[in-house]
Design a protein around this ligand. Structure first.
Ligand SMILES: *[C@@H]1O[C@H](CO)[C@@H](O)[C@H](O)[C@H]1NC(C)=O
Ligand SMILES: *[C@@H]1O[C@H](CO)[C@@H](O)[C@H](O)[C@H]1NC(C)=O
Ligand SMILES: *[C@@H]1O[C@H](CO)[C@@H](O)[C@H](O)[C@H]1NC(C)=O
Ligand SMILES: *[C@@H]1O[C@H](CO)[C@@H](O)[C@H](O)[C@H]1NC(C)=O
Ligand SMILES: *[C@@H]1O[C@H](CO)[C@@H](O)[C@H](O)[C@H]1NC(C)=O
Ligand SMILES: *[C@@H]1O[C@H](CO)[C@@H](O)[C@H](O)[C@H]1NC(C)=O
Ligand SMILES: *[C@@H]1O[C@H](CO)[C@@H](O)[C@H](O)[C@H]1NC(C)=O
Length: 507
């Protein structure tokens, strides 16, 4: 054997070795291991990778992500509720088509639920980002497209049996979801304490203004390769950069906003090309009861004056009053504190053509009234029995008059203001803000927590800062743009109604 053929043989060997670590197929009986970070499946064109993804130093989740983005963008994950350890864990394709993720101690933490009598041929990651397990005769025994997490990829169907659920970058689930409702409309839900509220599309406008069709029994929605999403309920989403050859994803972000993203290939960054709420503060329940969402200009939570934070680590729990409202005429004297350009977008009734004085009297005589919104020009009075969905925004037409005991000292500086046209704030997470920044990341529900998760909790706070900045920059851009377009053209009654509705309770 001459030197030439020896080196050729060596090269071939090396090539084979390399191929075996970054593979295109997983055959029955073989596995991907957590220790070797190059032990992955990749799609034939290299767009997607699939394998173990570390969400902290020691915690790994079996996931699919875009191979070529500046920051790792996970589009699907299997065991996000049960991350596995950084050593000894593996995902195995069994001969019967089951795919099993096992922790370091051999404990299965996730299974794909295949149960057939036939044998599996292979697992394979397609160019679409779909991980499939193929049986004999090329039948698909299982596909990841059928169990989305928070992202829909082009050509991935959302049907009545599937839903997107918000989660942060550590894959901790939030409380927002996107799926078909019982009228078979694609809808955003806020799921809290066993109750679901619809917050998009606005549940208080009728079906023809939503431009949707209810009760179409073919429930399907799909984003095509052009950046055009069409649902069987006529939900229509069109990317701003509509066209072929762009990589896109439709993601329900942790802040409850549904956004369509396009990838800028040269720098690997995502830009938003459509979103359900141009202003994140209008997403339901971001700041909880008695909380007010303000733009600083990045969205942040403040408490209504006279209230204090319940849980600084989770702003969606809201604020509690620092006083007791006595009821039944024990002579407690009340004052109203004006919060300009602020509103609580829920739980109110409407009384038309009354004076501010009359509106105050209505609220004073009503024990359950916590304050009211008053729209000066219209003379509309909206007494509030509950202060939820608070937003401070210069575009809001009305002001809130908060009912507070006369004895309570409230400083003028505690009145929340938005500063959308103020100086542009750089990402400065060390700065002490006047308001506590919203912790839009929802903590894992306590029932699911356990000692095994402590190892990645520590990373929540570090990543949190980065995430808030991400949203802030998006919001800033949109506010600036809207400000330019909308100065003084708030769509009168229609717009107000759209946002001051009661949120519909939905079980
Ligand atoms: C994942 O591992 C890489 C390399 O070991 C490390 O640089 C990175 O910080 C880890 N990611 C997290 C979220 O800990
Ligand atoms: C698999 O399916 C068979 C019948 O199709 C059923 O009897 C069996 O209980 C199933 N096994 C599991 C683990 O679901
Ligand atoms: C999506 O739905 C269409 C129509 O029902 C179907 O033909 C297609 O195979 C589905 N795609 C996937 C990936 O399941
Ligand atoms: C379906 O949605 C599109 C875009 O939102 C709208 O132009 C069209 O009128 C709607 N069709 C019906 C019948 O509502
Ligand atoms: C129901 O949805 C299907 C699939 O998107 C669509 O072809 C059909 O036109 C819809 N029917 C009605 C009445 O809108
Ligand atoms: C409100 O009333 C409760 C019990 O009636 C009492 O424990 C609490 O201290 C009161 N709070 C304030 C701020 O007065
Ligand atoms: C960030 O905030 C800290 C504390 O307020 C301040 O000292 C620092 O100069 C700020 N950094 C930037 C880049 O603005």
């Amino acid at each position: 054997m001459d030197a030439y053929s020896t080196s050729l043989l060596l090269l071939t060997l090396i090539h084979l070795l390399l191929r075996s670590s970054a593979r295109e197929f997983l055959s029955p009986g073989s596995f991907l291991s957590v220790e070797d970070s190059s032990d992955r499946l990749h799609s034939p064109d290299g767009t997607f990778s699939c394998g173990f993804n570390n969400i902290s130093q020691n915690a790994f989740v079996f996931s699919i992500w875009f191979s070529n983005t500046a920051e790792k963008t996970v589009v699907w994950s299997a065991n996000h509720l049960h991350p596995v350890y950084s050593w000894g864990s593996q995902v195995m394709l069994e001969r019967d088509g089951r795919m099993v993720v096992k922790d370091y101690d051999g404990q299965p933490v996730w299974e794909n639920g295949v149960n057939t009598s036939s044998n599996a041929e292979q697992a394979q990651l397609l160019d679409t980002g779909n991980l499939i397990v193929k049986g004999q005769g090329d039948i698909i025994l299982w596909q990841s497209f059928d169990s989305p997490t928070d992202t829909l990829l082009p050509n991935q169907n959302i049907t009545v049996g599937t839903k997107l659920e918000s989660s942060n970058r550590l894959l901790v689930p939030g409380h927002y979801s996107f799926h078909f409702d019982d009228e078979l409309l694609l809808t955003l839900f806020d799921d809290q304490k066993g109750v679901s509220f619809i917050y998009w599309p606005n549940p208080f406008i009728n079906i023809w203004r939503k431009q949707r069709h209810s009760f179409n029994t073919t429930t399907i929605g799909v984003l095509d390769s052009w950046g055009f999403f069409l649902g069987s309920d006529n939900l229509t989403i069109k990317a701003a950069d509509w066209g072929l050859e762009v990589m896109r994803r439709l993601t329900l972000d942790y802040d409850g906003n549904l956004r369509l993203y396009s990838l800028d290939k040269p720098n690997g960054r995502w830009s938003v090309t459509w979103m359900a709420f141009p202003q994140t503060c209008f997403v339901r329940g971001l700041c909880g009861m008695n909380g007010i969402c303000v733009y600083t200009p990045r969205p942040a939570c403040a408490c209504a004056p006279g209230h204090e934070i319940i849980d600084p680590s989770d702003r969606s729990k809201g604020c509690m009053p620092k006083f007791n409202l006595s009821c039944g005429g024990h002579g407690q004297e009340m004052n109203f504190l004006k919060l300009p350009s602020t509103d609580f977008l829920g739980y109110d009734r409407k009384i038309e053509l009354v004076s501010l004085h009359a509106c105050k009297q209505i609220c004073l005589s009503d024990c359950t009234c916590k304050g009211f919104s008053y729209w000066q020009g219209e003379g509309s009075c909206y007494p509030k029995s509950s202060l939820v969905g608070g937003v401070a925004n210069p575009q809001l037409p009305g002001s809130i008059y908060l009912k507070l005991p006369k004895t309570l000292q409230v400083s003028k500086s505690s009145i929340p203001h938005s500063q959308p046209s103020g100086p542009r704030y750089g990402p400065n997470c060390s700065a002490k803000n006047k308001y506590v920044t919203a912790d839009f990341l929802d903590k894992r529900k306590s029932s699911q927590s356990g000692s095994q998760y402590s190892y990645f909790y520590g990373f929540l706070s570090a990543i949190f800062c980065a995430e808030v900045i991400l949203v802030a920059l998006g919001c800033w851009f949109i506010l600036i743009r809207e400000h330019r377009q909308l100065t003084g053209v708030w769509p009168a009654e229609v717009g107000y109604e759209m946002i001051t509705n009661h949120f519909r309770r939905y079980t």
